[in-house]
Design a protein around this ligand. Structure first.
Ligand code: PMP
Length: 401
């Protein structure tokens, strides 16, 4: 045989693969993972709050209850008792609930079934970077929606909808990743009405909604869609949530609620992706449902205290030109520094002072936000907040001078 010719792997990749980029955040996190750096950069749930013993007993209970079936292939739609529980919470039939392997899979599968090359997809500016990563290989044309303290600017949206021929809008109405902001009740109504009028599908990504530690809850976009249509199979809102932030992320259990035709396509797409979400994981989550309310209380209390502490220190120490959001739940807050500052170039100096954050610009689909940053308080102790915010304040002041 003649010597094999070395393969040009780059040339053999699909155009889809070529459109994928290494996550900017992942690259940044590598720099910030030195052991002595206080990191507000990660977006992880607090591991010390995981209900370890409950998970252990839930696994045992699931194995006792189901035997080998807990370890067998199972249906693509998901474990029926779990779907029934989710359906009961939303007052919809279980057929309208699809279990997915993390809401991240939900985003990928929705991208796969809804986005053709060149389709216009409306996203918040800024938005969840992981959604941009999931959608990107399907070739969307993004249009950024301006946002402010109350979430998406719905007047700007009304104008954009007149001209863009958008097909899909992706939004995170509760304690958004990355800003921590929530969409006001009036804007929710307007958002649901406007998208319905223009025949635009609305993806509501809600992994943090249960983690409200202050303020009043507003109805979900899905619920408003249900009221508008009066028919679960007409609702143009596709709702997603997850057990990652309320229980544990490692079991990768989340769900999608949607109209029948969307669920039917999701099932087909999921069959091609992974056949089904791990059977035992779904059973463990189902066994954990009785402790879910208690666990949510524990997490909310801890995150509320951590957020309050971080906000207090920011208020005391950041220079006057630095603005911050005031989240009422979730894991993140957002800092806007004076125009002209650059948080990407500043990061190196922050890390030298032993503190890290995520620069804001990767969260903008079309760029922008060079003077912004995301801070996560979910895993920070009071001492880390004291030292980290002091170091960050000092870095910002130095940069301003
Ligand atoms: N959507 C948003 C807005 C998120 O912040 C996250 C997690 N960081 C996800 C989806 C993915 O969550 P999971 O796949 O763990 O359910």
């Amino acid at each position: 045989m003649t010597a094999p010719a070395p393969l040009d792997f780059a040339a053999l990749l699909s155009s889809r693969a070529r459109s994928m980029n290494a996550s900017a955040i992942r690259e940044i996190l590598k720099v910030t993972q030195q052991p002595d750096v206080i990191s507000f950069a990660g977006g992880l749930p607090a591991p010390e709050l995981f209900p370890l013993d409950d998970v252990r007993s839930a696994a045992e209970a699931a194995l006792d209850k189901y035997g080998p079936a807990a370890l067998q292939y199972s249906t693509t739609e998901g474990h029926l008792p779990l779907r029934e529980w989710i359906a009961a919470q939303a007052a919809i039939p279980a057929q309208n609930v699809q279990i997915v392997t993390g809401s991240q899979q939900g985003l990928d599968l929705l991208g796969k079934i809804l986005i053709s090359e060149g389709d216009t997809v409306l996203v918040e500016a800024p938005t969840y970077l992981g959604a941009l990563q999931s959608f990107q290989p399907y070739g969307p044309r993004y249009v950024q929606l301006p946002t402010d303290e109350g979430g998406i600017d719905v007047d700007a949206l009304a104008e954009i909808l007149q001209t863009t021929g958008a097909k899909l809008l992706y939004a995170i109405p509760n304690f958004q990743n990355p800003t921590g902001r929530s969409l006001s009740a009036e804007r929710r109504q307007k958002l649901v009405e406007l998208t319905a009028q223009h025949g635009v599908l609305l993806i509501e990504d809600d992994p943090y909604g249960a983690l409200r530690f202050s303020g009043e809850a507003a109805p979900s976009l899905y619920e408003l869609g249900q009221r508008l249509w009066g028919d679960v199979n007409q609702n143009h809102v596709i709702y997603m949530s997850s057990f990652s932030k309320t229980l544990v992320p490692g079991l990768r259990d989340a769900w999608v609620q949607a109209a029948g035709p969307i669920i039917q396509k999701l099932i087909q797409a999921k069959q091609g992706a992974d056949l089904h979400t791990p059977t035992l994981n779904q059973m463990i989550i189902t066994e954990l449902l009785p402790i879910l309310p208690r666990q949510i209380e524990t997490v909310k209390k801890a995150y509320g205290e951590r957020a309050q502490h971080m906000l207090r220190r920011i208020g005391e120490q950041f220079p006057a030109g630095a603005q911050h959001t005031t989240p009422e739940g979730g894991m993140f807050l957002w800092i806007t520094l004076p125009e002209g500052m650059n948080t990407t170039t500043m990061l190196e100096r922050a890390v030298a002072r032993k503190v890290a954050y995520v620069p804001g610009s990767p969260f903008f689909a079309l760029g922008g936000g060079e003077n912004t940053m995301r801070l996560s308080y979910s895993c920070a102790t009071p001492e880390q907040i004291d030292r980290g915010i002091a170091a960050l304040a000092q870095t910002i002041r130095e940069e301003l001078d």
